[in-house]
Design a protein around this ligand. Sequence first.
Ligand code: URA
Length: 255
Amino acid sequence: MGLVREPAPAVQATPPSRTSTPPSTTRPPSTHPASRPALPAAVTYVPPTDPVGCPTAGAVAAAQNLADLQRATEGCLACPLGPGRLKFVFGEGNPQARLMFVGEGPGRDEDQVGRPFVGKAGELLDKMIAALGMQRDQTYIANVVKCRPPDNRTPTAEEAQACLGYLHRQIELIQPAVIVTLGATPLRELVGVSEGITRVRGQWKRVKVGDREIPVMPTFHPAYVLRQYTQEVRRAVWEDLKAAKDWIDRPGPED
Ligand code: URA
């Protein structure tokens, strides 16, 4: 398998000096040695008020399960990506997953089969999950945008924001204990952190979804790992994933 397994440092505690946002005052860090690290504050997503060609925010909010949400959203034409897709890639996995991965958007393989992370990057993601002692179907995997951007370009901010309400509702329904963002795009669009991924990976963030705040562990996108297949990059991803796994394995007051 491709990851460099090393005794990961106990969870990467996030001292205030390493974060761009101040630590929340709503959840004081515990002093228990095996406790979870403190998280910085979350930003709030405001859905677009003039959606065109897509379900209303009310219809999205009314979906009571993932199948309802998929039915409500899979005909979406809210942004220019809709007309170009072969398949709407809603996301897949355990509807009660404690660990959720969020990538950028479908590539060519995903567009053809309608499932997230099924190409080369997906193979590596599967290996990463297996390295954690988990199976893919114990997790949930989704993307910021559900339709393939042409030539696999990064989705624009408008495309991402048009789609983000769907991801938020997905997260509300799943209620994961931790989200791992893969690459810069989900970190920027979902969590509101625009710093370079190389700088912020491994540092706990949080996202507010509905009335919950969810810890976020940013790491590299598997496609980047495949391009930069160095020991340093693989070790970094392993440490980030271990931190996320440690979080879900430790009981906490948020659960
Ligand atoms: N890259 C992503 O960000 N998402 C996918 O589903 C596949 C590749």
